[in-house]
Design a protein around this ligand. Structure first.
Ligand SMILES: [Zn+2]
Length: 157
């Protein structure tokens, strides 16, 4: 699950270059912040606060624009959240990373998991439909462990 930070950073940098974008200092700080907080799903304001800690001269609009750009390039994913504030998640560049989300329909918590559960299915799809899968987005809806305990849900119901 641990991927070298420099590798991720280089991948993103290359993707930007290929798309004709420059990695400006503002973008660079935003990307670094996203990589460092890769294990958390943050809202735009939280990302902005972290970016500002590293470079106080960067404004909110710049961070928003950078997030928009990164989203267009499929570098980050915007995940709709129950409270109406979307969270941002870095897209794993390599296809071997299969990221899924577990969304608790009771408390709204989203957990990110990385499991190669679709490997066989994807191989079959690529062969049968002659379709090259680049990314995937899959969210399981259910009840989280905490809510299961608290609310006395029982499995199999
Ligand atoms: Zn829950």
């Amino acid at each position: 699950m641990t991927e070298n930070i420099n590798t991720i950073y280089e991948d993103i940098n290359n993707k930007l270059k290929r798309s004709g974008y420059r990695l400006t200092p503002q973008r660079q700080v935003t990307v670094e912040t996203l990589i460092e907080n890769n294990n958390e799903l943050l809202i735009a304001e939280e990302i902005f606060i972290k970016v500002k800690n590293r470079n106080p001269s960067i404004g909110l609009a710049t961070v928003y624009r950078t997030l928009d750009m990164l989203q267009e390039l499929d570098i980050v994913k915007k995940i709709p959240y129950r409270d109406g504030m979307s969270r941002f998640d870095l897209v794993k560049s390599s296809n071997e990373y299969q990221t899924f989300y577990l969304l608790c329909q009771n408390c709204g918590k989203i957990e990110e998991i990385q499991e190669p559960i679709l490997t066989d299915t994807e191989k079959r799809i690529e062969q049968e439909y002659r379709f090259k899968i680049m990314t995937r987005q899959l969210t399981f809806h259910g009840i989280c462990q905490k809510c299961l305990k608290k609310e006395g849900y029982r499995s199999g119901e």
